[in-house]
Design a protein. Structure first.
Length: 103
C-alpha cells in the first residue's frame, strides 16, 4: 500500500472510533432516564411545602404549596428558561381533593 491509502484507512478508522465514542457519551447523557426523587416519608408528610417532581442535568421541577395554592416552578440552568409555570388556586385544590378527582 502506498502512503495515501494508509492515510485514508487511518482516517476511516479514526472516524469510526470517534463515532462510537460520541454514541456512547450520547447514550450516557441524553438517553438515560432522568432522576426522580420522592420527598415523602411518614415523618414529614404533614410538613412538606415543596416536592421535587422531576430532575435532569438542566432542569428541576417543583410543586410548591403557597398561600395562593399549588404552584409549579421550574429551575433551569439555561438563561431565560424556567420560572413559575402555573398556579392551581386553593379553592380548586380543595374541590379536587373533596371529589377524589386526583386518582
Amino acid at each position: 500500500m502506498i502512503i495515501v491509502e494508509w492515510i485514508q484507512v487511518s482516517t476511516q478508522i479514526i472516524t469510526a472510533v470517534t463515532a462510537l465514542v460520541m454514541a456512547y457519551f450520547t447514550c450516557q447523557t441524553y438517553l438515560k432516564a432522568p432522576e426522580q426523587e420522592t420527598a415523602f416519608n411518614e415523618e414529614v408528610i404533614g410538613h412538606v411545602s415543596e416536592v421535587l417532581v422531576f430532575k435532569t442535568s438542566k432542569q428541576t421541577i417543583w410543586l410548591c404549596v403557597s398561600s395562593q395554592g399549588l404552584e409549579c416552578r421550574i429551575d433551569d440552568v439555561r438563561e431565560g428558561k424556567g420560572g413559575p409555570q402555573w398556579i392551581l388556586p386553593r379553592t380548586k385544590v380543595i374541590q379536587i381533593l373533596l371529589s377524589n378527582s386526583y386518582v
